[in-house]
Design a protein around this ligand. Sequence first.
Ligand SMILES: Nc1ncnc2c1ncn2[C@@H]1O[C@H](COP(=O)(O)OP(=O)(O)O)[C@@H](O)[C@H]1O
Ligand SMILES: [Mg+2]
Length: 373
Amino acid sequence: MTASVISAGPIPGTGRAAQGAIELRQVSKHYGDVVAVDELDLTVQPGEFVTLLGPSGSGKTTTMMMVAGFEEHTAGAILIDGKPVDTLPPRDRNLGVVFQNYALFPHMSALENVEFALRMRKVPRAERRQRAEEALDRVGLGKMGGRKPRQLSGGQQQRVALARALVFNPAALLLDEPMAALDKRLREQMQEEIKTLQKGLGISVLFVTHDQDEAMAMSDRIVVMRDGKIVQSGPPEEVYNHPMTDWVASFLGDTNLIPCTVVERNGEEAVVDLGGLGMAKVRDRGASGENYAVSVRPEHLKFRTRATAGNGCAASLVSSTNLGATVRHRLTAGGHDLQLRELSSDSVARIRPDEELWVGWDADKAQLLVLES
Ligand SMILES: Nc1ncnc2c1ncn2[C@@H]1O[C@H](COP(=O)(O)OP(=O)(O)O)[C@@H](O)[C@H]1O
Ligand SMILES: [Mg+2]
């Protein structure tokens, strides 16, 4: 991808020039023998919200540190709005940064913390105060500028950090697990606020999380990382519904993996032999490897009557657990353990231990993937 994809005009509805394209070309980082990031190719388009999702140690923070300029890369090139930034110090990269371990200065007030970002960039004193106040206003802390970090809650401190990252109108935001220290409710609230802020400003965001729900909720595109490499990238629904490997399927939630033999592949669809579960038509995105399986999410497995079976088979119930909003049923079918999830409100007390059950799924909800493990 080249700089020509960047449009010079304003982003529709924002009045803001399209900027904030981040591009990594074959970027690697080695720490001695450790390959933390391995020939990464990644592009964030202006205004796009891209999330790096992966387990601990997969290279997410290292990637962010290199883009921010806190770490030097071993190989490759990093470009912002088409310009190489490899030799630029962090403050000249025009990126707003909120990292987990990039804390506020404890001896400065919230307002002074935000102003500091402008002082670093040589903004005249007279202008600084007003811009810092506006930035605090934008994150809902207009009245708390005088407080020290210790007089603010965790969520409020993260808002100050966000104001500090936004106050100098950066080209893009880099957010590395910014909500990891917050409890669930506050985290969900902040997720929505960050998303609203990002859309309103039309700013690009490179975001890091190891939490798949957070990635699903916030991203235009999810980039799944493992061992310093990208294993799959796409819009959240695409990655969730069409994982290419069993590892991606399992990392992004629960799934039923049924080993299979591929009988026929014709473009978007494949015919597979599921052993004890018979033959089935499934979605095919062209993943290729030695061993294959079919992935069916528990919420896509349905109780059926024998007459409408289609993709499906006889099953017997092992256990049912009410999880509040949903019920999780464990079943065995054709020698496989399966999980079926349904809304509690749909779960009639129809299931008796001795009852003959049928389960099935729609062909477009079953995905052919490569079995790695
Ligand atoms: N300063 C460092 N020195 C040596 N190894 C490091 C350093 N920073 C990170 N690593 C290693 O690089 C890999 C990726 O780490 P990191 O980018 O922090 O992963 P993540 O943010 O996805 O949890 C890990 O194996 C980690 O131990
Ligand atoms: Mg990290």
